[in-house]
Design a protein. Structure first.
Length: 378
């Protein structure tokens, strides 16, 4: 069996890469080790409509759940503020259905998709799967965070996300909870998928995520758990090289999820798009420089934002609950309104700068946080 390109991993980045290659006439096979495209669904499912549009996806009715209207941001001491997110047009989607929708796009363009087929190793002429050898000119690694675990464990956090039914989940209302003692280095979240149902999750360094998530749920009230997902997340930003010989790395496997939230539908998806277009050019020209265009384009689009997000992450990892509580006290209605009216969900470092009080009172912020701030502001 022979293809121009074999892609290991049937998530959003791999499938978009396949679509871009197939629509330009390349032969491409996507292999997915799980029994179904879109399973297991690790993702919280938040993405902007503008991001989906740029990815070339108009969500089906089954994919699109609802618009997010607001986000409650909660400090360790319970103080909170609410961001109105209507203008940002952030939607909660079913990742399972989104992946299937993009798989359908890829297949209609000419890609072949096989499930329950796992990548085993590279060969001189292509790859070997659990079933057979396949010849290919390019191998695309889109296997997600699992590809990174053996490279650098310091960028990995444990996470748990439960799909639940509970009366206290309100349609359109996200909750983000900070507490450096309960979930150090990250946060807990509630993302509704409708009235009375949604996803509750947690990530952090050195904690038992299952035990901590159970504690959060008991504090919230009555609930029923429908599904449990445990998965590592990557928070260390992009890897150094997206192209290694004839191997092209995309999506979470390339570290293209946001360092601040580990969300990556748009940023990883665009990695797949850029990679597919670069691979298509290489197939027609046999010019290896064409492959390098992929990393160049992605870095030009997201590199500076990711650098700032990584700096923001360093700051947030260093502060304690007392400092977080003090910072919440400095957040004014004007700051909240500016974020609600003007900021971009896909490029959100500006929001972090405002929430940390860095624009308005840099001396106070430097006293609280330290010397990384000037880099974040430039």
């Amino acid at each position: 069996m022979s293809f121009d390109v074999v892609i290991a991993g049937g998530s959003i980045a791999g499938l978009l890469c396949a679509r871009e290659i197939a629509v330009r006439g390349g032969t491409v096979l996507v292999i997915e080790e799980d029994y179904e495209i879109g399973t297991p669904e690790h993702c919280g499912g938040l993405v902007s409509l503008a991001g989906l549009e740029e990815l070339g996806v108009i969500p089906f009715r089954k994919t699109f759940d609802h618009l997010i209207e607001s986000a409650d941001i909660i400090a360790p001491n319970g103080n909170n503020f609410t961001i109105n997110s209507k203008k940002q047009k952030v939607v909660e989607i079913s990742r399972r259905e989104l992946d299937k929708q993009i798989a359908f796009q890829a297949q209609k363009s000419g890609a072949v998709i096989k499930v329950r087929t796992s990548f085993q190793e590279l060969t001189d002429t292509g790859i070997r799967t659990n079933e057979e050898r396949i010849d290919c000119k390019i191998f695309v690694d889109a296997r997600g965070v699992s590809s990174l675990i053996h490279k650098d464990r310091t960028g990995i956090l444990s996470s748990a996300q439960y799909e639940i039914y509970a009366d206290w989940i309100k349609k359109g209302k996200v909750e983000v909870m900070f507490d450096q003692e309960k979930y150090p280095g990250f946060f807990a979240w509630i993302i509704p998928s409708g009235e009375g149902k949604g996803k509750v999750g947690i990530a952090g360094k050195g904690i038992n995520v299952a035990d901590m998530l159970d504690r959060i749920l008991k504090e919230k009230g009555e609930f029923s758990i429908i599904r449990k997902i445990f998965a590592p997340i990557w928070i260390k930003g992009p890897i150094k090289k997206f192209v290694e010989g004839k191997t092209v790395i995309v999506g979470d496997a390339a570290g293209q999820a946001k360092p601040t939230t580990a969300g990556g539908i748009f940023t990883s998806g665009m990695g797949g798009v850029y990679a597919g277009q670069a691979i298509s050019k290489f197939l027609k020209t046999n010019d290896k420089n064409a492959l390098e265009e992929y990393q160049k384009r992605w870095s030009e689009r997201f590199g500076k934002e990711f650098e700032k997000q990584m700096l923001a992450r360093k700051i947030l990892e260093r502060i304690d609950n007392n400092t977080i509580n003090k910072l919440f006290e400095t957040i004014t209605p004007e700051i909240i309104n500016e974020i609600s009216e003007k900021d971009d969900f896909d490029f959100h470092t500006g929001s972090i700068v405002k929430l940390l009080g860095l624009k308005g009172s840099i001396k106070t912020a430097q006293t609280l946080i330290g010397g990384e701030i000037k880099k974040l502001l430039t």
